[in-house]
Design a protein around this ligand. Structure first.
Ligand SMILES: NC(=O)c1ccc[n+]([C@@H]2O[C@H](COP(=O)([O-])OP(=O)(O)OC[C@H]3O[C@@H](n4cnc5c(N)ncnc54)[C@H](O)[C@@H]3O)[C@@H](O)[C@H]2O)c1
Length: 377
């Protein structure tokens, strides 16, 4: 299918100066590396923390350690950039999201409103915002447990976001507010256009894998590697999600930016899996047979999946469907985390007992990038 919003008017201009806010983070660093290497863009990364896996000049052209809650620094980062990719957020996996509502709402809202204002002020042409599947209404994600243990899980389409009901998590509420801020900024401007992606659980190598901000795929890989007999898991494991490898997420972001699609667009896999089945999939990589231990903990909504009907129609593209793509992505993530563990062990550091479970991480208003990245908070 050609794609309703596919356009050939977008110009790839080597040397084009673009800002990747939050580019020191997981998705932002993958995106910056790709745009710098393939399109030869001049990628300016602004983040309050260094990326701990890449040397700075291997993934961006210029790095600024800026706290983007500060409007002055947001302006400074944006000046002279033709495009802004906003991937900066105070965020983490379910354990973090459910324990830091106020911090997330205040910090991320400040960042996003600052960046939008800076983009308007400096005549930026194209603004990308990284929204989330968490914007979808609570009442569409309760799931219904069937008699045989099967669970009804809704495929969430873009139009499902309204009428809104995001009372259960400030993270999703903030994303919805920022989506609207983007929409109205573009509406009121003769220059600015916006693209909004709703990511559904992105994972892969070079992502957070310990400390309390990590997401389920990385946490599960770490727990399989660090336990001998049991596999502790929050909830009954019947919660469902879909997961997308970061390379495909980056591909989707770039395609969206080069399209004329100003609608918020799902970027996610439509392969649904329960947490129990994902744990089994990861255990199978090395023939592990850990017994699942279901313990109380944050679980988020009961279930959700990405509906990819619109992205196929709008961009003529969608992430690779099916279980095999997930298995391969998890295998790469598992191998990468195993290497990190082996490196620690070779340096005489054995944290396996600490890594065998998951911790709840409570941030504070006076945290800065250093404390967050080093996990000292
Ligand atoms: N990873 C996912 O599964 C997922 C799902 C849905 C939405 N998203 C969104 O995608 C974007 C990127 O996510 P990610 O997984 O790469 O997360 P990440 O935490 O790795 O990246 C976010 C970056 O923002 C930076 N940041 C936070 N506060 C800042 C501040 N005050 N000033 C400057 N930089 C600051 C962090 O240091 C970090 O490097 C975020 O907006 C996130 O909400 C991610």
């Amino acid at each position: 299918m050609p794609g309703k919003y596919v356009s050939d008017s977008y110009q790839i201009t080597p040397g084009k100066r673009i800002l990747i806010a939050g580019g020191g983070g997981f998705i932002g660093s993958h995106l910056s590396k790709r745009l710098m290497e393939e399109d030869k863009y001049y990628t300016v990364v602004a983040d309050w923390a260094d990326n701990i896996y890449y040397d700075v000049d291997t993934y961006c052209s210029e790095f600024h350690k800026f706290d983007l809650r500060d409007q002055f620094l947001s302006d400074l980062a944006t000046e002279g950039c033709e495009e802004v990719f906003d991937l900066a957020a105070d965020m983490g996996g379910m354990g973090f999201i459910e324990s830091n509502h106020s911090l997330i709402l205040q910090n991320s809202l400040r960042i996003n409103l600052n960046l939008l204002a800076s983009a308007v002020k400096h005549g930026v042409k194209l603004f990308f915002f990284s929204s989330s599947a968490c914007v979808y209404p609570d009442f569409k994600q309760h799931g219904i447990d069937g008699d045989g243990g099967e669970i009804f899980t809704p495929n969430l389409k873009e139009e499902d976001a309204w009428p809104a009901d995001v009372r259960s998590n400030a993270y999703g509420f903030e994303k919805l507010v920022a989506e609207e801020a983007c929409k109205w900024a573009a509406h009121d401007s003769t220059v600015l256009e916006v693209r909004v992606a709703r990511f559904h659980n992105i994972f892969g190598p070079m992502g957070t894998w310990k400390g309390g901000r990590e997401k389920a795929p990385a946490a599960f890989c770490r727990k399989v590697l660090c336990n001998e007999t049991t596999f502790p898991m929050w909830g009954d494991g019947l919660q469902t999600r879909s997961f997308l490898i970061v390379d495909e997420c980056v591909e989707g972001v770039i395609r969206l930016m080069r399209s004329t699609c100003s609608e918020p667009t799902n970027i996610g896999s439509d392969h649904l899996i329960s947490m129990n089945d994902m744990a089994t999939m990861i255990m199978e990589f090395e023939g592990r047979t850990l017994e699942r231990e279901h313990i109380p903990g944050p679980q988020g909504v009961r279930g959700r999946n990405s509906d990819n009907t619109n992205i196929k129609e709008w961009l003529g593209w969608a992430p690779t469907p099916g279980a095999e793509a997930l298995r391969e992505g998890l295998r790469r993530t598992y191998t990468w985390i195993k290497e990190k563990l082996e490196l620690e062990l070779s340096e005489g550091i054995d944290n396996r007992a600490d890594y065998s479970g998951s911790v709840i991480f409570q941030g504070k208003a006076d945290d800065d990038g250093e404390t967050v990245r080093s996990g000292k908070v």
